[in-house]
Ligand binder design. Sequence first.
Ligand SMILES: *Cc1c(COP(=O)(O)O)cnc(C)c1O
Length: 463
Amino acid sequence: MEQKELLRKLPSVDEVLKSPHGLKWLKSYPRKYILRAIRDIIAFKRGEVLEGFTPDVNLNAISGNIEIKIKKLIERRLKPVINATGVVIHTNLGRAPLPPEVLNNIMDVAMGYSNLEYNIKEGRRGERYDHIRWILKDITGAEDAVVVNNNTAAVLLCLSAIAKGREVIVSRGELIEIGGAFRIPDVMLQSGALLKEVGTTNKTNSGDYEDAVGEQTALLLKVHQSNYKVIGFTEDVSVGELVRLGKRKEVPVMFDLGSGCFTDLRPYGIYDEPVVHEVVGKGVDIVTFSGDKLLGGPQAGIIVGRKKLIERIAKHPLTRAVRIDKLTLAALEATLLCHADPEKAREKIPVLKTLLQGDEVIKRRARKIQLLIKRDVRNALVSIEKDESQAGGGSLPGVYLPTYVVRLKVEGMSALLVEQRLRRGAAIAVITRIRAGSVIIDARTIRDSEVKPLLKAIKEAIC
Ligand SMILES: *Cc1c(COP(=O)(O)O)cnc(C)c1O
């Protein structure tokens, strides 16, 4: 067929829109994106013709292309992925997966109206934070609690409310940066508090703090070294010592715990992670931590401590700017209820379950993945190896969790290409890592229900 003839045959936007396909699309897709897709595909076909190709330009043929284009345009950008990295609290992959109890509670509360800020008993305005105050007090032993958007906001708010224009004493060994631009000195600057560094990178002692306390001191701040460890010739001041010093000097002590763990991990051989109620029990005046790290709940910044200080913090104008919404509140309440029983929490909360699962369970899952790949993917070489996974997300630095990984090599394909194809999979993205020319699939962070989709993704990526 001649070029002119083909161009003449190419349907107009209007023709496509009024065709049975067009009318069907209008029922389910936004008109704007239907039009964009039609224009794009027609322009593409016209381009092909002008370049001398002879594409099929009848309406039925191009409708298929248009429908694919529409679906691509309105495809979800935020979507589930399979985390095969072994990093349990992966900040880039959404930190804590939530348990069904939590999701059900979100649905229940968010589908309709709720008593978010309404006191049902008295029939008047209520307080947003009342719903979780009691259980936070119960679990942590603190006098009072308030919750904001994330732990960064919690720290900023506490410093603003307690120490604006005055000095905060921090050890040089604790002037940390957490991935994603949380730096203690920067947060301090934003709050208007003045940072007074004491000690050195590897050693700070109680005398260093004591010498620094003066008229202008508003707070002694301790920060959990969430994502690194200083090893060797080191010394830091214990929580207990800092509390004693604070009492003597009448200066409040704040501890930014970062992760905020409710579960005693010592029976699992993890000794360095402070448990929130123990820290509170030692007399720290203000404790802050995240909702979506070891707590395994939604993104939130939890502040617990002395009633007088919490009241001051809650009244600060910044609290309104960083307040949590009803979805978070519903999720957090359900998460906290799961934590009310530590034994059950270990089973119910995915972060804890994934961290604390026995290596036999992980090995069995790895075997299953290996067998399925062996059975279904001919050009794959798979083996199982002992390895170590990490907690991640600024939690449990230096703690390596024994795991089993599936090492995958594909004949005629580089590891880089396999990793990329898995990541860009059409059905679901699988996030893996590469080591020594192989793709490494850590069985720790793969849910049993994800084994089948994982295999399907591997088949699609390789075959
Ligand atoms: C993670 C972390 C933060 C930041 O918490 P977000 O909830 O991510 O804002 C602050 N301080 C410490 C010590 C942390 O580990």
